[in-house]
Ligand binder design. Structure first.
Ligand SMILES: [Zn+2]
Ligand SMILES: [Zn+2]
Length: 439
């Protein structure tokens, strides 16, 4: 469909993230007050007619840290389940074979991974499980997949780190293995290493990062829940060019969605925070069904990275678990998004989808105050408000709409709920629009 390009020069270019420019340019035009416009559309570059949708698992553990399976088993199981993009993200602070008897695990010694073989990689044992071929696994190309170098930075708040080999370890090689948190890692000047230091290291190595599973219980010795302000500071201190998002659907994910809404309310549209759907697989026996679905014109390393940076993907999440060992294809049915059309002329966003029961549009929460104690509550922050139900959202006349909107496409399957979550669209409310473009 031929669409008139509305406010072309003023629409935010993904990657530039400069909203200030928008206001400046419009102010000099012939203006009409009081209209909302979409200034950030993560799916703007998608050619819907020809696009391919690729399932991506971006948070996986193996025997190379504290997972239960060899890398090859994991990769082949996910390939069979239809995944074409994978990142093995073993913990930087774990030596291999944590789950083998003698370390922490129940697995017999015969199951131990012999990898990585000598000579050990740089930065062992904090190195990523990469390249796959060094771990007894076919190359991604040979499997028709894209593999992403990755690791989970595990000192302090967990951070998934991609496209680089940064990692820190808590001990010295040869130390007694299985040392437990809390422990303290310092730099060469004796300063304790912070999350900001680690994010800066990812940036300096040209990588991408996301903040993992905020709502994990505070009861673990290795985990401390953080206040909302802590997340605000990280997203303020670090550019979306490398700190691209937050993990929304990991595990039981008690309040991650609400935290995401709180952050989007504060940062959109100038600083997008993309939502990632990760199962954090350690054992393939009983894991949450959630993944990312990338929209790609071709399956290449660079197109996957660009999609991660631009938010050009959806999250799939089901309440149903999957057992890849016994029922590898027992996967939930999800709706399918065929096209998302942002129509600047009519001021609408329309989602064309099949196989769904309902489409909900969610914008900022009513309150920006915590309602309960984040340390102990599973719902300390109010969720975003549902501002509309239906396939088309009118952004100009919706009174509840604020600085962003995201959609959920919902399908009920028995007693379970399967959802697709879009990334957020950035909105400027009451923008000054050149009058010739307003009907
Ligand atoms: Zn973690
Ligand atoms: Zn993990």
């Amino acid at each position: 469909m031929q669409r008139r390009v509305f406010l072309k020069s003023t629409v935010l270019a993904i990657g530039s993230f400069s909203v200030g420019k928008v206001a400046g340019q419009i102010a000099s035009s012939n203006i009409h007050k009081g209209t909302s416009i979409v200034v950030l559309n993560p799916y703007k570059k998608v050619a819907w007619r020809t696009i391919q949708q690729h399932k991506a698992a971006l948070h996986l553990h193996t025997l190379q840290s504290d997972g239960y399976h060899m890398p090859e088993e994991v990769i082949l199981a996910y390939r069979k389940a239809g995944y074409t993009v994978l990142s093995i993200t073993d913990h930087d602070w774990n030596e291999p074979n944590r789950r083998i008897v003698g370390n922490w695990g129940p697995l017999p010694i015969e199951k131990a991974s012999p990898y990585p073989k000598a000579p050990k990689p740089d930065n062992y044992p904090a190195n990523p499980t990469w390249p796959w071929t060094d771990y007894g696994t076919p190359a991604p190309d040979d499997l028709g997949m894209v593999g992403i170098q990755g690791s989970e930075l595990t000192y302090k708040h967990h951070i998934n780190s991609y496209y680089n080999n940064y990692g820190i370890w808590h001990g010295n090689p040869g130390d007694k293995i299985g040392r437990q948190a809390p422990y303290k890692i310092t730099d060469s000047d004796g300063h304790e290493i912070s999350e900001d230091d680690q994010l800066a290291a990812v940036k300096n190595k040209g990588g991408l990062a996301i903040l993992n599973h905020p709502s994990i219980s505070d009861k673990h010795s290795w985990w401390e829940r953080k206040p909302l302000q802590w997340y605000i500071e990280r997203y303020r201190n670090h550019s979306p060019r490398y700190l691209v998002g937050i993990e929304v659907t990991n595990g039981s994910a008690k309040y991650n969605e609400a935290l995401w809404d709180q952050l989007l309310t504060r940062f959109m549209p100038a600083r997008p925070i993309w939502g990632f759907g990760n199962d954090d697989m350690h054992s393939m026996k009983n894991i949450k069904q959630t993944c990312n679905v990338f929209l790609l014109s071709e399956l290449t390393d660079s197109s996957v990275r660009e999609a991660m940076e631009a938010g050009q993907f959806f999250m799939y999440v089901s309440t149903k678990m999957v057992n890849y060992m016994e029922d590898p294809l027992g996967l939930s049915t999800f709706p399918e998004i065929k096209e998302i059309n942002v129509d600047e002329d009519s001021g609408t966003i329309t989602i064309h989808a099949t196989g769904y029961d309902q489409i909900k549009w969610i914008s900022a929460p009513q309150s920006l105050e915590p309602v309960k104690d984040y340390k102990i509550s599973e719902s300390p922050w109010p969720l975003g408000q549902v501002v509309h139900v239906g396939k088309t959202l009118d952004i100009r006349s919706n009174p509840k709409l604020r600085n962003y909107v995201r959609a959920e496409i919902i399908l009920k399957e028995g007693g379970h709920i399967n959802r697709i979550l879009t990334n957020p669209f950035g909105i400027i409310k009451n923008a000054d629009i050149p009058s010739k473009d307003v009907k």
